[in-house]
Design a binder for this molecule. Structure first.
Ligand code: FAD
Length: 454
């Protein structure tokens, strides 16, 4: 503690070097308990000290100190990650970047230049006032930070039109600090951003972000009930795949998933599948007519007036769906899957035949980097044992359903690892001692004398 505090000497650092055990424990945790497997593995992991820097200069000093003393450092945004990404496995320092929360500017070309601690919701609201909005954001938008989203997230609301964080040059550039004897400040632009994007803070600290926005749209929200999941899937596919609709969200739920949405019972219909869509307000009437003609019942249609809209249908989508289900019944957990755009119906049938109500379909339509629109999915799973969960994962893969395993606590196992190994190769260059969030990139092999202290 003393060494880290000394690194910040001469600043108002005392309140930003936190050793109070309760606070350190709280800031050592994220939403890892979403996974019954990770809960058991990570419950006792805790840092020794939390540091809340307010400048790159302070980060340089903290990292140099930690490098010299072989102290592990785990960056943290808001701690809303689901896989224990921000949980320190080997103690040391949690580097809490929440105080680096300045929106420097939003350029006339629609690029936001921000500190890593800026909350996505604050950026979205600020951008909309200036005629721009986020291309995509997680359903944790109100709390999650921009740096944490880049470090551990992938996509969300908006991905139906703009893909995920990795796609279409959304992350224009990054400023990153390395973990070396003399930490360096690097500027990564274009393809180079992939060196640290979704690397879980294992190979550098993101200290500034250039994030491309998109022109703001007047949105409306719509909920549509269909008698069967098959009918709902077909209708949502038609809307998702057709570029003529201007949309931000197309989500499809199998019944009984909507029965877990306690605060919005009025938009659900007993026994029916449900679709939530965010559509340009000017296209709402057309959507309602199209849905009704296809046999759907419009259960809610209203303007979207920003993140404080009540009800905010997106609060029940992406991984918030899992949260509502777990509140309803703690036996629920989840998977993250990619169904085939052409074989999805047969894949659903095979999964139902083998697992029945153990798996419930929740589809998030999304555009991928090639421009294709696919049925991404965060199905709910009734958890019994790890062996049964692994059986389901193996079966999914055997029938061509990709799985990004959210019950894994390392970058490689999480399913967003890049086949070009770029994050790992970068770790060898920017974090040669393996001190950044150690244990989360398992293919990294530090030289024995370089291992972090146990
Ligand atoms: P943290 O959890 O604090 O950190 C995430 C990772 O990034 C950690 O590995 C951390 O070490 C690293 N990191 C943080 N800051 C930095 C930095 N400055 N430099 C380098 N590394 C850093 N995710 C989605 O992608 N889409 C969703 O729709 C979605 N929905 C969710 C719904 C719920 C209910 C929950 C609990 C989670 C959801 N998530 C989703 C996961 C998570 O909320 C997002 O990925 C979020 O953007 C993480 O932001 P954070 O600030 O909380 O990051």
């Amino acid at each position: 503690h003393a060494a880290v505090a000394a690194a910040l000497a001469g600043t108002d650092a005392p309140d930003r070097v936190i050793t109070n055990p309760q606070t350190v424990q709280r800031l050592s945790r994220d939403f890892y308990w979403y996974s019954p497997i990770l809960k058991a593995l990570l419950d006792d992991k805790v840092a020794e000290v939390v540091v809340q820097p307010i400048s790159t200069d302070e980060i340089l000093r903290v990292l140099a100190t930690c490098y010299g003393r072989r102290i592990p450092v785990t960056p943290r945004g808001a701690g809303t990650g689901n896989y224990g990404q921000a949980i320190p496995l080997k103690g040391g320092v949690v580097l809490d970047l929440s105080r680096m929360d300045t929106i420097e500017s939003i350029t006339s070309e629609g690029v936001a230049i921000v500190g890593p601690g800026v909350r996505l919701g604050v950026l979205e609201t600020t951008a909309r006032v200036q005629g721009w909005e986020l291309r995509c954001y997680p359903s944790t938008v109100a709390k999650a930070s921009v740096g944490g989203f880049l470090g551990g997230g992938s996509g969300g609301i908006g991905s139906i039109s703009h893909g995920g964080l990795r796609d279409f040059g959304t992350v224009r550039a990054l400023e990153v600090i390395t973990m070396e004897p003399q930490p360096r400040i690097l500027f990564l632009e274009g393809e180079a951003v992939h060196e640290v994007l979704h690397a879980w803070g294992t190979n550098g600290v993101i200290t500034k972000i250039w994030l491309a926005l998109t022109p703001a749209v007047e949105w409306a929200q719509c909920a549509i009930a269909f008698p069967t999941f098959e009918a709902a899937f077909t209708f949502s596919e038609q809307i998702a795949a057709d570029d003529r609709w201007t949309k931000r969200l197309v989500t499809t739920f199998e019944w009984p998933i909507p029965s877990t949405f306690a605060p919005i019972k009025s938009v659900t219909r007993e026994g029916k599948a449900l679709i939530f869509i965010m559509i340009a307000a000017s296209e709402l009437a057309d959507l309602e007519a199209t849905a009704t003609a296809a046999g759907g019942e419009i259960t809610h249609a209203a303007p979207y007036t920003g993140l404080r809209t009540i009800p905010l249908l997106s609060d029940y989508t992406w991984n918030h769906t899992t949260l509502w289900a777990m509140k309803h019944d703690p036996a629920f957990t989840y998977l993250q899957c990619g169904f085939s755009p052409t074989e999805a119906r047969s894949q659903f049938a095979q999964l139902k035949a083998k697992f029945g109500v153990e798996i419930l379909f929740h589809i998030e339509w999304m555009k991928i980097g090639t421009g294709a629109v696919i049925p991404g999915s965060i199905p709910l799973v009734r958890y019994t044992t790890e062996a049964r969960l692994n059986e389901m994962i193996d079966f999914c893969r055997s029938i061509g359903v990709s799985v990004a395993n959210p019950h894994s606590n390392n970058v490689e196992g999480g399913g967003r690892y890049r086949p070009d190994n770029i994050q790992l190769l970068t770790k060898y260059r920017y974090d040669p001692r393996g001190l950044m969030n150690p244990g989360k990139m398992v293919t990294f092999q530090p030289a024995p004398e370089m291992s972090p202290k146990e």
